[in-house]
Design a protein around this ligand. Structure first.
Ligand code: GDP
Ligand code: MN
Length: 382
């Protein structure tokens, strides 16, 4: 789960990482109120989950309330790489002497944590990596050993951070490492990490990705959830515990197993259709799951026809067939459904459905036949 900058900074603050005072604003008036509270000059910053906001005009300095009005008005509603700005973060502006880069992430192949530190921050790290890779000091950290102050001191020296920044930077990096490990982040990145002319080191930006697998031990993450769900269908699916991803097409898809679901998208595409979603109902899906899946797909106004593609393994097709019938008795489905049921107990499953088949509930013997049928029902090739 990616966090917005302001959430990332709030997360940093819990671990004692210094940030600038500020607050969020959803309107121009709120922006001015937050700027008054933070103290001028301020920075008005677009809150979107994409990098390069500065270059895109989403980060502006403001010396007084009038400038805050102008910038907040311009940035709210701005489209940055397909992300529309709905919220701003306003913070007290810092004077910058030097911009550094710092991050922790997982190095899967080396089976350890990877720290990256550079005295050349501010610009995108990919750019530094491409043009001047020696400017990035990497550090592989064994999770059992962790990162202590001595290790961090050696690291900041190796990265060539300015003398006066080193001790504070080392302390900050230990805190960032704690945030990354104890805070269960997949990524904790600060770019730029700055040194001010009066000798303070602090985080000017925050890019944090939380490890969703650790959600169970972080009840406090609840506040982060939902803040980025832009797709109502995905929110609905999530509430029902479904593995769903919204897409733009007209064929609703339900399959068991992620591999089969992806293949189903491919086959629908192959015969000229477009998928409205990815939805994997998993193994052993019962009537409740099938009903929930049909409900979510049914709520998508773009869907013209639904493709239920089940290959029974541990999941028994007769159970799935019962599930489909029960789901249909509970949910009023607006689109025709094409079923392809194969695998364990397929014969029994088809027998259960036989008397219920109609032009609204169609069975096809193969995946390809079913794809052709459902695409035709959805209005033909797009
Ligand atoms: P990004 O472009 O999405 O990475 O957004 P950042 O938060 O990193 O801001 C982009 C750039 O704006 C930074 O690299 C800084 O150069 C500049 N910037 C951000 N905050 C301040 C600030 O408080 N004072 C000054 N002088 N510049 C800032
Ligand atoms: Mn940045």
């Amino acid at each position: 789960m990616d966090l917005f900058e302001y959430q990332g900074k709030q997360y940093f603050a819990r671990f004692g990482i210094p940030i600038s005072p500020g607050g969020v604003a959803d309107t121009v008036d709120e922006a001015v109120a937050q700027a008054d509270a933070a103290g001028y000059p301020v920075v008005v910053k677009a809150q979107v989950k994409v990098g390069g906001r500065g270059k895109a005009g989403g980060v502006k300095l403001a010396a007084d309330a009038d400038e805050v009005r102008t910038h907040a008005g311009n940035i709210l509603g701005l489209d940055i790489k397909g992300h529309v700005v709905k919220r701003l973060w306003i913070e007290h502006a810092s004077d910058i002497a030097r911009e550094y880069y710092a991050s922790f992430t997982l190095d899967r192949s080396a089976k350890c944590h990877l720290g990256m530190l550079s005295a050349e921050g501010g610009v995108e790290i990919e750019e530094v990596a491409a043009t001047n890779p020696d400017a990035i000091a990497t550090l592989r950290i064994d999770p059992v050993d962790g990162l202590g102050l001595d290790g961090a001191r050696a690291w900041v020296a190796r990265a060539g951070l300015d003398e006066e920044a080193r001790e504070q930077a080392a302390e900050l990096l230990v805190k960032l490492y704690t945030c990354y490990t104890e805070g269960d982040c997949d990524l904790a990145e600060i770019n730029p990490l700055i040194l001010t002319p009066d000798g303070r080191v602090h985080a000017l930006d925050a890019k944090v990705t939380l490890d969703a697998n650790a959600t169970f031990r972080h009840p406090e993450w609840e506040e982060f959830e939902g803040s980025d769900v832009e797709d109502e269908r995905e929110a609905r699916a999530k509430a029902r515990g479904l593995n769903y991803i919204g897409l733009d097409g007209t064929v609703g898809i339900i399959a068991n197993g992620a591999g089969l679901a992806m293949s189903t998208l491919d086959v629908v595409n192959q015969v000229g259709g477009t998928a409205a979603n990815f939805l994997d109902i998993g193994g052993g899906a019962n009537a409740d799951v099938m009903a929930a899946a049909l409900e979510v797909i049914n709520s998508d106004p773009k869907v013209q026809a639904i493709f239920v593609n089940i290959f029974g393994g541990i999941t028994r097709v007769d159970e799935v067939a019962k599930g489909v019938l029960e789901a249909l008795s509970r949910v009023d489905i607006g689109s025709p459904i094409v079923l392809r049921l194969d695998g364990t107990n397929a014969e029994a499953g088809r027998a259960i459905l036989a008397e219920h088949l109609s032009d609204r509930l169609v069975a096809e013997p193969t995946m390809l036949d079913a794809a052709r049928r459902v695409v035709a029902l959805a209005g033909g090739q797009s």
